[in-house]
Design a protein around this ligand. Sequence first.
Ligand SMILES: NC(=O)c1ccc[n+]([C@@H]2O[C@H](COP(=O)([O-])OP(=O)(O)OC[C@H]3O[C@@H](n4cnc5c(N)ncnc54)[C@H](OP(=O)(O)O)[C@@H]3O)[C@@H](O)[C@H]2O)c1
Length: 383
Amino acid sequence: MPKPTILVIGLGHLGGVTLELLARQEWAGRVIGSSRDSERGAARCNLARLGAMAQGYPGEIEFVQLDLRDVDQVAESIRRLEPDLVLSTASPQTWWLPELLPPEAAARLSKARFGAWLPIHLTLNLDLMRAVRASEYPGPVLTAPYPDVVNCVLDRLEMAPTCGVGNIDEIVPKLRLLAAKKLQVPASEIEVTLVAHHALQKAVFRSPHDEAPQAVPPFYLVIDHLGEDVTDEVGGRDLLLEPFPLPGGPAWGFLTSGSAVRLVEAFLSNEDASLHAPSPAGLPGGYPVVVGKGLIRPRPLPDLSLGEAVQINERSHPFDGIHAIEEDGTTIFEPVTVQVLRDELGYDCERLLPHEAAERSRELVARFREYAQSWGVDLGQQR
Ligand SMILES: NC(=O)c1ccc[n+]([C@@H]2O[C@H](COP(=O)([O-])OP(=O)(O)OC[C@H]3O[C@@H](n4cnc5c(N)ncnc54)[C@H](OP(=O)(O)O)[C@@H]3O)[C@@H](O)[C@H]2O)c1
């Protein structure tokens, strides 16, 4: 059987690491990296190609220039390239840029909560899904930018990607590690079943110096050891919320990429695998899922219906500053989110209409850069 073709859109920090990991997988065939900038993108693909070859892999990497804003060009490229899977990490601005502000400014802005940046994470995914529909490409589309909410908005427009990557699946290894330590057994014997939203991450990966969170988003958690429920024995909730510092910034890409590559492999396999992923078929938040043969579905749980799982994640939206997502995809922000962005950035948005995402994203990026400048931080070429 021919090995699969994988199209990776966006070759920034996350896309670059994902490309490097995919280039070193026995099961992966042709990997096509793409971004707007031909010179930078081709050089990035050359690096991945040589690195893979140096490590003993064929390094079958190609580059194609794509600008997601050009929907017709992207649709035509997808038709021509005939990928077996599309993974997009493209975004006008990455999540950790506010961390470059002085601590006082970063703390003030973080009160807006993560969902405040929704237009930035939404805009290119909207363009991507328009292109996917236009190309009539039938395969899986996986997306990285804030899938717990973005894909839910796209679902209202009947344009949900197949699922997201990262987020919930970044929490699972922490739980396996800590539970294994507590029981003094190998982590391979521990299985975690988790329903949780992106909003939970802040509480899960705090450092020992951070205050314990006053309120924690709802979640569902079962920890098994060799098939036996040990959630209470290991203190599942405490393990989940135990401080677990990680470096901020681009190094996170290694965690997300590890999870994304495993998910990609599962999609392209003929066997079903039991994993976790954000937003399968545009559902809010993250779920245990069954993945294989190009398909994904939420894994049925013995004591929690899918409706109840969805409710857990719907109730988590406000912890990220998202008050509600209406039937037409309009997103209403929490009052605190609106107020903090108004006070700090002079940016005013109570409701985000999907068709305004591009314009809102441009304004938010520009105002954030002005704000950084006002605090003496020049973001320069930093994306
Ligand atoms: N789900 C998760 O767990 C998770 C984890 C980490 C990051 N993320 C998200 O993933 C996204 C990417 O993160 P990152 O750190 O890799 O960001 P980044 O380093 O800024 O990379 C984003 C890339 O998007 C590309 N891009 C921008 N506009 C484009 C367009 N119009 N068409 C095609 N490509 C375009 C850029 O490449 P060119 O300029 O060359 O076009 C850039 O390299 C962000 O939204 C981030 O928040 C999600």
